[in-house]
Design a protein around this ligand. Structure first.
Ligand code: ATP
Ligand code: MG
Length: 412
C-alpha cells in the first residue's frame, strides 16, 4: 500500500555545517514552540545546524533555545513563508498544527512527517481505521470501538461497548476531551457535554500495563526503533516511563515492535513515530496487545533516550528530517523517567514552592530537564527527570528517592 506521506523521492542529505539554499548555514525549522521543539532544536544545534521556530507565544520552551523565532500563528501565510525562506527542511513538534500548513510548506521545502500522516494522527477516526486496516498483517488491532458523528450513531452503539470511554475525534491530549460512560444515558449526556462533535466510543479495557514503541523511518524506507518502554498514566497524563529492556516478556516486545514498524511502513512515514499500546489479560502468560494511538513525532515516553541511549529520539528526528544515516540506537543504561508536573511547584496548602533540585541532583544518575516554563499549573508538563544506573533495581531505588523528595506519589 502506498500511503499518505510517501516522500520516497531521492533528496540529497542536508549536511550540518554546510550552506543551505539561502546561502546561510543549513537551517532546520520546527512548527511549535513546546518542549518537544526545544529538545529537537537542542539536538539539531549539537550537530551544527541552525534552527528556526515558528510559535505564536512570545515565551516558549523552544524559542528560548533558538535565536530565530518567527512569532506568528501556525497558519499565518507570512509566517509560513518566512519559515520556508529561512529553512532547508521543516518538521513539527505537535500534531495539532494545521495539516494545511505542513502541506503548503511541503511544496517549498522537504517536510517530515508529511501533512497526510499528521492529518491521520489528528483524527482518531482515521487513525483507528488505519490500525484496523493494518491489523490482518500486524496482528494487533484497536480496542473495540464505534464512531459517533450523529444521533443515529449514538443510538446504534452496541451495549457491548459499555462501560466505555468517549473520546473526541480531534484535539484530545493528556486525557482531555474524554469521558468515561457506563450506561446509554451517560453516553448521551457525555456526547452533549463534548459538544456533539465527532467522537469514538471505545470499550473500557482492564489494562495490565501500557507500552509504547518509538520508530524512526527515513525517506529511503530505512527504519530503526527502540525497545518498548512501559508507561504509567495518572489521570490520563503520563506519570512515568520505565525503560528496562529485558523486563518485558520477549514475545510481547517483539510483537509490539513488529506492529509499530508495519504501521509506519504502511503509511510511508518519514520521521519519528510513537505507537502506544495497551496490554490486556487474555488468559495467556504474556497478555494481548491492543493499539491505543500514535503520535507523529518524538514522544514524552521517549525522553529517557536523551540520557540512556547513544542516539536520542530527537537525534533521530533530526536525522530523518535531514536525510542523514539512521543507526540503530543502543541503550547503555536502564532508565526511569518521571514527569515533573506543575503540582510539584505547590505545597499541600496550595502555596507556591520551589522543588528541592539540590537534593534531587545529589542522587547518582539523576538527569534533570526543565523546559523553561515560567508559570506552573497543575497537570502542566514543566520538565522531566531521568534516572539511570547500572541495574534496574538501582534505577528504581533512586527514582523512589527522587519521587519522595519531590512529592510524587509512589508507584507499584
Ligand atoms: P495523550 O495524547 O496525551 O497520550 P490522549 O488524551 O490522546 O493522551 P489516550 O491515549 O487515548 O488519551 O488515553 C489516555 C489514557 O487513558 C491511556 O493512556 C490509558 O491509561 C487510558 N485509556 C484510554 N483509553 C482506554 C481504554 N479504552 N480502556 C482503558 N483505559 C484507557
Ligand atoms: Mg495517549
Amino acid at each position: 500500500m502506498s500511503g499518505p506521506g510517501n516522500l520516497a523521492q531521492p533528496l540529497p542529505p542536508l549536511l550540518p555545517g554546510t550552506l543551505g539554499h539561502a546561502g546561510q548555514p543549513c537551517t532546520l525549522g520546527v512548527l511549535g514552540g513546546g518542549q518537544l521543539g526545544r529538545m529537537f532544536v537542542q539536538a539539531a544545534q549539537r550537530l551544527g545546524y541552525a534552527c528556526a521556530v515558528l510559535e505564536p507565544e512570545s515565551h516558549s520552551p523552544a524559542a528560548l533555545a533558538c535565536p530565530q523565532h518567527i512569532q506568528t500563528d501556525y497558519a499565518d501565510p507570512q509566517g509560513l513563508a518566512q519559515l520556508a525562506q529561512r529553512c532547508d527542511a521543516i518538521t513539527t513538534e505537535f500534531e495539532n498544527v494545521p495539516a494545511e500548513a505542513l502541506h503548503w510548506l511541503a511544496q517549498q521545502r522537504p517536510v517530515a512527517p508529511s501533512a497526510a500522516a499528521v492529518a491521520l494522527a489528528q483524527d482518531r477516526i482515521a487513525e483507528k481505521a488505519h490500525f484496523s486496516a493494518c491489523a490482518p498483517l500486524s496482528g494487533v488491532g484497536p480496542a473495540p470501538y464505534a464512531v459517533i458523528e450523529t444521533e443515529a450513531d449514538l443510538h446504534a452503539v452496541p451495549v457491548t461497548l459499555l462501560p466505555g470511554i468517549l473520546k473526541t475525534a480531534r484535539l484530545g491530549y493528556d486525557g482531555k476531551g474524554q469521558q468515561r460512560v457506563h450506561t446509554p444515558a451517560e453516553l448521551q449526556a457525555a456526547w452533549q457535554q463534548l459538544g456533539q462533535v465527532p467522537c469514538v466510543l471505545e470499550r473500557l479495557l482492564t489494562l495490565q500495563e501500557e507500552l509504547s514503541v518509538l520508530v524512526a523511518r527515513g525517506r529511503d524506507g530505512q527504519m530503526v526503533h527502540y525497545p518498548p518502554q512501559r508507561n504509567l498514566h495518572r489521570d490520563g497524563i503520563l506519570a512515568l516511563t520505565q525503560a528496562c529492556p529485558g523486563r518485558l516478556a520477549a514475545g510481547l516486545a517483539e510483537r509490539a515492535v513488529a506492529a509499530s514498524r508495519l504501521i509506519a511502513a504502511q503509511l510511508g512515514y518519514v520521521g519519528v513515530l510513537c505507537i502506544e499500546f495497551f496490554v490486556i489479560d487474555d488468559g495467556s502468560a504474556e497478555g494481548a496487545l491492543v493499539l491505543n494511538e500514535m503520535a507523529p513525532r518524538p514522544h514524552n515516553s521517549g525522553h529517557y533516550t536523551l540520557d540512556a541511549c547513544d542516539v536520542s529520539q530527537f537525534d533521530l528526528q533530526v536525522r530523518t528530517l535531514a536525510g542523514l544515516p539512521l543507526v540503530a540506537p543502543r541503550q547503555h543504561s536502564p532508565a526511569l523517567m518521571l514527569n515533573l508536573l506543575g503540582e510539584l511547584w505547590f505545597d499541600a496548602q496550595g502555596q507556591p514552592r520551589s522543588p528541592d533540585w539540590a537534593a534531587v541532583l545529589a542522587l547518582p544518575g539523576a538527569h534533570l530537564h526543565l523546559y523553561g516554563k515560567h508559570e506552573a499549573r497543575p497537570g502542566r508538563k514543566m520538565g522531566h527527570l531521568t534516572l539511570t544506573g547500572p541495574t534496574p533495581e538501582q534505577v528504581h531505588a533512586t527514582a523512589r528517592a527522587a519521587a519522595a523528595i519531590l512529592g510524587i506519589a509512589p508507584w507499584p
